[in-house]
Structure formats: structure tokens, C-alpha cells
Write a protein of this length. Sequence first.
Lengths: 649, 213
Amino acid sequence: MTERIGVYVCHCGHNIAAVGDVEKVAQYAGTLDNVVIARDYKYMCSDPGQELIKNDIQQLGLTRVVVAACSPRMHEPTFKGALERANLNGYLLEMANIREQCSWVTDNTQNATEKAKSLVRGAVRRVYYHRPIEERVVSVNKATLVVGGGIAGIQAALQIAEAGHKVYLVEREASIGGQMAKFDKTFPTMDCAACILTPKMVAVSQSPNIELLTYAEVAQVDGYVGNFTVTVRQKPRYIVEDLCTGCGDCTTACVLKNRIPDAFDEGLSKRSAAYISFPQAIPLKAVIDEKECLLLTKGKCSKNCVEACSREAIDFSQKETVRRIEVGSIILATGFELFDARKAPQYGYGIYDDVYTGIEFERLTNASGPTQGKILTKRGEEPKSVAILHCIGSRDENYQKYCSRVCCMSSVKFAHLVKEKTDAEVFEFYIDMRTFGKQYEEFYTRVQEEGVNFIRGKGAEVAKVDGQLVVRAEDTLLGAYREIPVDMVVLNTALVPRHDAEKVAQIFGISRSEDGFFLESHIKLDPVTTSTDGVHIAGCCQSPKDIPDTVAQGSAAAAQSLAVIATGKVKISPISAWSDPAVCAGCRICLGLCPFKAIGFNEEKKVAEINQAVCKGCGSCAAGCPSNAIVVSHFSNQQLLAEIEGVLA
Amino acid sequence: MTACNACYLALRRATERLEEYPRLKDKMEENLQAAGLSYRGKVTVRHLLELVVSLGPDVLLKQIKKPLAGLKVACYYGCQLVRPRYYDDPEDPQSLDQLVELMGATAVPFRHKAKCCAASLATTKEKVALKMIKDILQDAHEAGAQLIVTICPMCQMNLDAYQDQINAAYGLNLELPVVYFTQLLGLAFGLDSRQLGLDKPVVSPKRALASFL
Ligand SMILES: Cc1cc2nc3c(=O)[nH]c(=O)nc-3n(C[C@H](O)[C@H](O)[C@H](O)COP(=O)(O)OP(=O)(O)OC[C@H]3O[C@@H](n4cnc5c(N)ncnc54)[C@H](O)[C@@H]3O)c2cc1C
């Protein structure tokens, strides 16, 4: 039987047609074997464009369609829909990408046109061998997993819970809250961070729909959208959570009291081995630090904590627990870390006293921080002058190229806090002021009026001259080199991806962008979904952003997950691999190649078996199979070879 | 291969510009042709330090006959080799430190390792130059260095030759020998100190190197 193929060449306005000669490509396509009709049109994806295809299918009896336009990632679903509306199976379509792969990569008309012709030739030959495929529909587990209990994860979890659905919130630390819990005030309104964050944290702990798993991490994810099985490892707290009231008696009794650098205070204060992260911690339960506790490390301690605990909540026999959780979708909200200022030694961090990072300054100004909120130098004096340096590790070819977005505003916040709490002169060193958000410019103006000195020029160096800290910079407005002596320096360091972002990306099967943050499906139009269906991202794990944007994205991710739940069923790609048991030699090479662990080995029959529900159709196994036993639907050898022959013909 | 930072930067910048801007290449070709010459553009510019380091620690260690144990050295890179970033960190370069450690000596922490030596300002704006040189010498001295090692003859001269004037101007008594890095390497390789020109610097390195000469 021969096929009746229609070819549709899109101008994409000027995008394709300004370089490639679309009419010539269409004319040429008309001469190819089995092509019944070939047309070009200004916007194939528009309603009239799709109508064109639909009508041709119905009136000319087309059995296959080739659309030469943009990337299939853009419009394949659009054109599949057009075919289906004309009662043709959507998989009888092939797209040739003559925009990104032709017109956008050259300004030479001849080259663009010739390459477009060969891609169309390949597509026409390939589509001849396409087979109709039915999409698979599976039902959805209505629970959601949220990973990371910063403000992004909290927002998403609360929203889904309010809609009446189950949420598992997995947080690595002993308390939720994330970075925001460390701040004193938040720009632009300067409301107290704890006052706006704590109610949300409490709501999490009180929601009947949220199961909070702190001190826990996801070790493995199996399955696919609608039906994920997640393995969670929970570290022992050595405290029975149900008994602990968070009274803190164990922390005062601990023999290591005031001996261990407190990570929540960025190491600026010391805590005990038994501790509560911070006064508003959720859950408000003590933890015993197993890396420090004398009993757990040396096997010997007077165990004052046990004696002090009237509830008998301390249990040194606790072990790590492993749980399996079933969910339908996942929201990753693992946030960010801060650039290590030691990597830029020119700023003297870790070398000179009184050089702090921005997050350390947050602790210094926080009422529950190491100085009870007083801004003091190491010697315990109020500084007479403070320098705040923007862009440490951001917008810098040597470290991170990108702008960290929040530091201009947090620097302005720091300046305001110094002015409010001390009589110090404040100098800000900036490249450009980026105060883009709602009420941000107004806040900046207000702080300018408070008498803060804004110096346009990146701080180049922090040095110590005769015992005095000095900041050196080029003031680009004055056109002069300046050296400003100060008592305290705040380095506002870049927001960077978590150190284990790659590992987390692998566990959840998603990608990262060049800057190391998690990659969204589309930077503008799809900032929440990822390359893995059902895995959504929110907050600073996607890119540096402020709290308003983080909260908005947390809500957006919740909406995505709620959409999965609301449909009750999800379509999963029917493109999957199948191994022919008659051909399979049982070598097991494919088992190691499969990134989704979809292939098992049937010991009885000694053949590989592919779990269709887990297979994502990536084709690694088919390419690796030495006996050609594996076929990927929609990517058969016949189809691929025909396409290659066509392109090269 | 260049032994001087300034030459290195000028040559490397020229080759890179030619690669980046084809029009520049055409123009240069035009001018060369007028003189009956042509340039095929196959030159890679490298600094001597980079070449030595690229031999790798194994090869170098084999040659080291006389380890400079106990010698405290400030490694001075100057400002031009490492900027813009090419093969070492512009703010905290390490390759010379590692080489010096291979020789058995100790590289002291040295904040001024990539600061400018004032270059030709030493002849045109002496006052400015003296302050810049003083800061470098003083930092090396405070870091406990017995000797400064450079990778550029101009830096070597600036740091070495003006110590008397600096002492007079600032009321100091600096006396820090400054040598080129191959001189120190040669010593570790067991070569003769005369062959290495170790008698040539203005501030004699004799005392600092006494136990290795
Ligand atoms: C110095 C500074 C000051 C700032 N000030 C302001 C301000 O005043 N106003 C403002 O709007 N914005 C401010 N910001 C920005 C603000 O911090 C962020 O917008 C916000 O914290 C992002 O929240 P998040 O939930 O995405 O990430 P995070 O706060 O980083 O939370 C992520 C959470 O995930 C957990 N986690 C990480 N990895 C895992 C894992 N693998 N498994 C389980 N859990 C994991 C972490 O422990 C953490 O609890 C400031 C930022 C900085 C650096």
C-alpha cells in the first residue's frame, strides 16, 4: 500500500521565511515520492494553518503529514491535535525543524534552503513508516511529595493541603523554615521575618493533611507521573518526638554546652550537642547531634541530658528509618546556598576580623542571634563605619556570571538596619542598582534619604592598612580611585545552587541549566514544570529570587500538582521500548544502560523484560542491544534509517 | 614562549584579537603583503612558567637534586600573566607556589602576589611606583619571606633595584633579595650559582640562599 503524504512548510512570520526560501522548499517537497500536496503558509500553527491541514486530510485523503516549522518541543502537540481532529492518529505526523536548525543558524539563504530541503526529504521518507499509536492513560495517586521546607515548599504544601489533599513534606534539617528563618527583617517593607514566616510554619505542623518528615532526605524515586514510589531516609534525632516538649532542659544540661559552632548562626555562636535549631523551630523538638555527642562518638558521657529530661524523651537506641511513600506528583523546593567568600580571597573573608557575609550579618542583626541583634565588631564595639559590597561572586566572569537578584535589595536592607541601630556611616559599593520589584525603588529612595553613601563601582578589594580595614574601589561616577577606611565589611555573596544539586537532579530525573540551578521546561512560559512529567520546581532551586517571587512560584507549583490530581488520570507517552524474547540473548547489557531502571531480567526464560509503565522511550537500551532485540515504538530502525537516507540523499 | 609578563600579554592579546576579528587579519595581511611578507597565524603564545609547569610534577621532581628545604619564598606573579583569567586564578594564583613547593621550599601566604609592580611608572612617575613596590615588599617581609621569586624580568628589576630609595623615602630597612624563578629552579636542579647569575641581583640573595650555594 502506498501512503498519501501532505507537506506543510511554515514561514513562522519572518523567523523562517526571512532567511530560507519557503516557497522553494514547498515546491521541492511536492516532487518527492508519495507527496500528494505541499503548501507553505505564514503561520502553520494558527487556526487557519491547522484548518488547512485538517481540510487536506479530509478532502485529499492524506494518510501521513509532515510539518516543516519549528522544534517539535514547541508545536508537535498542536499539529498532533490537528491530525486527530481530522480523525488521523497523531503519531502519523513528523516535524522537520527548519527554524532552529536552518534559518536561525545562518544568514545564507541558499544554505538555509538546501538544509531545509534535506530535512523535509528525511521527514517524508520517515513518516512513510510511521504507525498509529494509542496513548496510555493511567490513574493518579492524589498525594503530593514536597521536598524542602523553605518558604517555597511551605507555601506549596499549605496550598495543596488546603485544597484537601495529602502532602508529605520532606525537610533535610531538623526544622523547616529554610534561609528565611535566619533573617531579622525582610525588604521592602521591613516586616519581621519570624512574624510572617512562623504562622505559616505553625500551619504546616497543624494541618491534618500535611505529614512532616524532618531530618529526612529522598534516596530514590521510582515510577512515573501519577504513580511515584519514593524512598525516604530519616535520620535519628535520638529524641522521641511525641514525648519532647521542646523545653530545652537537655540543651542546658549537655556537657558540651557552648562548645559546638552553631550552623544556624553561621558559626557565630556556640551550641550544645543536644539542641533546638532556633526558638521558632517546627517541629519544636530537640535533636542530638550525632557527629558531636560524646556518648554517640566516644561511647562515654555522664548523660546529663537524660537526667535533665523529665519526660524521658531521650533515646540513644534510635536508628535511621527508611520509608516508602506513594505519591502522584512531586514538588522540588530545595532552595539555594551561598557562595563561599573564601574563594575570592581579595575580599579578606576568613583572613581579617569584622569581614562578614550577608547571611552572617542577618544573624548579627537578629534579636535571637549571637549578639541579640546588636551590630558589634569582634571587639564588642559599635562600628563607626560599615561598608556593604554587592555582587560578591555574582555578575563576575570568574565566579557566577548571573545576577543573584536579591542582593541589591538586601544590601539596602542592611544599610537601613545599620542606620537604625548605630550611628555609623554606611558605604555601599554597587555595579548597578537593581531595585526592580514592587515598592523596591521606593525603599531604595528612602534609604538614600537616610544618608547612606552609594558608591557606583564594584568593591575591588578589602585590605588591612596599619590595622585598619580599607575598601578599595573605582568610583565610576567620580572617575576616581577610592580607599575608604571602615570598621566592618559586609560581603553580599551570590546565591548558588545547593552543593548536592546534581545528585538531587539525578534522583528526580531532571536537568540543570548552565548556571547549575534546576532546569524548567520553558524559561518564560513553563517555569515550574521540568523534563520529567509530574516533577515540578519552585523557589530558589530554579533560580535566585526574592520571597515574593518564591511564594508565587510555590503557589504555581501547587497549582500544577493540583491539576494532576484534578484530572484524576494522566496521559503518559506511549513511546516505549519492547524486547523481543525470541531474539534476546540474555546478555543483560540493557539492564545497566537503562537510566529509569525499567528493565528486569526474567531468570526463568533468561531474557530481558521491559516494564512499559516505567520506560520513557529514551532508546538507550535499543542502541546498546548487540542482538537488535529491542525496538522503540516510533523510533524503529526502519524509521530512523529511512530518515537518515532521506537527509543524505 | 616568552619570559616576560608584559611581552606575554601583548603577544597573546594580538593572537586572540586576530582570531576574534577576521577583518583585522585581512588588514594585517594587506600591510604585510606590501612588504612581501605573510602571516599564517599558527603561533601559540605561552609563558615560560606555563611551559615549565606543564612538564608535570613527576618530571620536575626527578631533576631536583638539591631541595631548598626550609627556604621561605614569596611567589610574585605580577598582574599581567593571570589577567584576564587564562590558566590560573587572577586573584589567588597557585602555579608558582606549587612549583616552589616542589623545589622543597615553603611558599608563604602572600596577599600581594598578583598586584602590579608599577612597571614603567618606575621611570615616569617615581613616587607612585615607589609606594606600589613598597607595599609588595613590605607584605612579603611581613609574611616571613626570605626571598621573592618573580616570573618577569621587569618585575624582578622593579622589586630589586629600588629598595634603597624606598628605605630612604619611608624610613624602612628592607633588604629582600628578588630572583627570577628559573634561577631558583636551577639551584634546586643542582646547577652552579654563577651559571645561574645569582651574583647579579642588586640585593644579594647570598645570605638567604647560603645553605644551598
Ligand atoms: C542574605 C540574604 C537576605 C535576603 N533577604 C531577603 C528579604 O529581605 N526579602 C526577600 O524577599 N528575600 C530575601 N532573600 C531571598 C530569600 O532568602 C529567598 O527568596 C528564599 O529564602 C527562598 O526560599 P526557598 O524555599 O526557595 O529556599 P530555602 O530558603 O533555601 O529553603 C530550602 C529548604 O530545602 C531544604 N533542603 C535542601 N535540600 C534538600 C534535600 N535534598 N532534601 C530535603 N530538604 C532539602 C533546606 O534545608 C531548606 O529548608 C534574601 C537572601 C539572602 C541570601
